[in-house]
Design a binder for this molecule. Structure first.
Ligand code: SAM
Ligand code: SF4
Length: 333
């Protein structure tokens, strides 16, 4: 292998691996999953704990230094604590691999301490509303209280700072930007708004329907002074000091201000497919060769050749843009 095998054709060095642990979920957020008729991944195709850890270790050997667990809902995976412990025990180019998780927090109160003890470094929790009726409409489940309990549990278990992710939908929760920020400031959570991307299972996304990063900032500016924090690096969130700081709020404008030029991410789906982009329409099957007995070098060659074909950007604005066949819940956000 070359010295930096995870460098693509545009000079982007990849260090961040997003691992989807399951395509199942305890919620049905409208921007992500359909209400019914989800085409679940077939059970035998799902990676076992051992298979998953083997693929992650192979990626770490290639230069991955950070692993984010996602889904679907990672908390639905029974071996979650073992997966965290297994990855946290790996050593990459920069020392121990950093493991984080994106979650809807349902049931987090039951495992937050175990996850922390297993080596989970950070959690990002999706919280789109503070209103029970809006939660029911948006996530199609009546679980706001459980979500908030999970958020509190994360803070109590010592995850600091707890990051909150919010997707604003026009006419649904877009009037809550200021309230959500007030909630985050009051509790010391770090809030980041994410532009809705065309990744919903129903393919209903429209550019007009999306609340843009600029609109989000306009809404926040009705109540706060925002000042951009310089240096974005490969981090997708643009950060703003709120009322002079030190608290910040983030905006991830994936659609209107893409950060593809600094992308350092690879994705592994729960059924062992490697994706070089959220929006890729193609994938590289690692599960079949893994189960056929392929060695690490053969698997690594598959990864590096997939990366060589990574495109410069997501091209959402191109009229020829095609939404990937997998919904976000099966890709891993
Ligand atoms: N279930 C977990 C959760 O909701 O945090 C992890 C998986 S979820 C797919 C990961 C992130 O993707 C969440 O923050 C969610 O809000 C975001 N997401 C899902 N669909 C999206 C979409 N169409 N556009 C933008 N963000 C989306
Ligand atoms: Fe589930 Fe997360 Fe998708 Fe909501 S965004 S349906 S919580 S996977």
């Amino acid at each position: 292998m070359t010295e930096q095998p995870l460098t693509d054709g545009f000079g982007r060095r990849h260090r961040d691996l997003r691992v989807s642990l399951t395509d199942r979920c305890s919620l049905r957020c409208t921007y992500c999953m359909p209400e019914q008729g989800v085409p679940w991944l077939a059970k035998p195709t799902l990676l076992s704990t051992e298979e998953l850890l083997r693929l992650v270790a192979m990626a770490v050997d290639l230069g991955v230094t950070e692993v984010r667990l996602t889904g679907g809902e990672p908390l639905l995976r029974r071996d979650l604590v073992d997966v965290v412990a297994g990855i946290a025990a790996m050593t990459g180019d920069d020392g121990p691999v950093e493991v984080s998780m994106t979650t809807n927090a349902l049931g987090l109160d039951r495992v937050a301490d175990d996850l922390r003890a297993a080596g989970l470094a950070r959690v990002n929790i999706s919280l789109d509303t503070l209103r029970p009726d809006t939660f029911r409409e948006l996530a199609r489940r009546d679980r706001l209280d459980d979500t908030l309990r999970g958020v509190r549990a994360a803070a109590e278990a010592g995850f600091h700072p707890v990051k909150l992710n919010t997707v604003l939908l026009r006419g649904v929760n877009d009037q809550e930007a200021v309230d959500l920020l007030a909630f985050a400031l009051e509790h010391g959570y770090q809030l980041r708004f994410i532009e809705q991307m065309p990744l919903d299972a129903g393919h209903t996304w429209t550019r007009h329907g999306m609340v843009t990063g600029e609109e989000i900032l306009d809404r926040l500016r009705t109540a706060h002074r925002l000042q951009p924090v310089p240096t974005r690096g490969s981090a997708p969130a643009e950060l703003f000091l709120v009322d002079g700081g030190p608290e910040t709020v983030g905006v991830i404008a994936s659609v209107t201000a893409p950060f593809c030029g600094a992308c350092d991410r690879l994705r592994l789906t729960a059924d062992g497919q490697l994706r070089t982009c959220l929006f890729a329409t193609g994938e590289t099957d690692l599960r079949t060769p893994l189960r056929a007995g392929a060695g690490d070098e053969a698997l690594q060659r598959l990864v590096t050749s997939a990366l060589a074909g990574k495109r410069a950007g997501h091209d959402i604005d191109d009229p020829a843009f095609l939404q990937p066949p997998r919904p976000m819940s099966a890709i891993g956000g």
